[in-house]
Design a protein around this ligand. Structure first.
Ligand code: HPA
Length: 257
């Protein structure tokens, strides 16, 4: 997709020079802006050609501002493959970041805990992913996640008093949650968390030379672990409950950059 108009719009309406890192926040994770100075914000619906999110809890804004001297860009709300968008549409925000010269990207997602040690509220820095049923990816990525940024996430966790696990994310296309049998299978494949986002963005960002880290926030045990049915509402509620620790972690993380 052509990002020229979108890039031009953002340059005119946000502080897009010398961004230290862009952070993408998923379901129920729209915050952080409260703590930034020189905050500027646009609605994604006002950005030319930007795909519209249809999911509850995705507010659809892009903000820039400074936190402790670090220039941040926060993307709140994104679109998913399961909403009917193409790969090109899902990675459109990443293309814009590249167009703005952004060099580092922290992706976040809400995920199910496949590893039985990763219950609701656990934060997991990803060191790999699997995409067993995924549609088209342009390149296989051998080292998708930056070890350097993962090291900073770990250090930030120590400072904030928040446990940061490490793991492998299973990307599922959705829209439905997985079956028990699928989770058993994903566990056999080595997955620690499961969700429906961030892998296309990772692949495209790497292709464009952007350094990427990704954090899963576990909102629920994956199917079949507790016997209770899963719901999007539960995902949003846990995101809210574990928000404080996660904000502390992010604040420490960006200051370490
Ligand atoms: N499965 C898939 N996606 C998810 C889950 C899950 O259990 N929780 C949050 N997003």
């Amino acid at each position: 997709m052509i990002t020229e108009s979108a890039v031009k719009y953002l340059k005119a309406n946000l502080g897009t020079e010398n961004i230290d890192i862009a952070i993408v926040l998923g379901s129920g994770l729209s915050f952080l802006e409260d703590n930034m100075e020189e905050l500027r914000q646009v609605k994604t619906s006002d950005i030319p050609d930007y795909p519209a999110s249809t999911v509850v809890g995705h507010k659809g804004t892009i903000s820039t501002g400074a936190y402790k001297g670090k220039n941040l860009m926060i993307l709140a709300g994104r679109v998913h493959y399961y909403e009917g968008y193409s790969y090109d549409e899902v990675v459109f925000p990443v293309e814009i970041l590249a167009g703005l010269g952004v060099k580092k990207l922290l992706l976040t997602n809400a995920a199910g805990g496949v590893n039985k040690n990763f219950g609701p509220g656990t934060i997991v820095a990803l060191d790999s992913y699997i995409a067993p049923f995924s549609p088209d990816y342009k390149i296989p990525v051998q080292q998708p996640y930056s070890q350097k940024l993962n090291g900073l996430l770990e250090k930030a966790g120590e400072k904030a008093g928040v446990r940061v696990g490490r793991g492998c994310y299973a990307y599922m296309t959705g829209p439905s949650f997985e079956t028990k049998a699928e989770i058993k299978y994903l566990r056999l494949l080595g997955a620690d968390t499961v969700g429906m986002s961030t892998v296309p963005e990772t692949v495209r960002a790497k292709e464009l030379g952007i350094e990427v880290a990704c954090v899963s926030r576990v909102s629920n045990f994956a199917a079949g672990i507790t016997g209770k049915p899963l719901s999007h509402i539960e995902v949003l509620e846990t995101a809210k409950d574990s928000q404080e620790g996660f904000i502390s972690l992010l604040k420490e993380f960006v200051t370490l950059l």
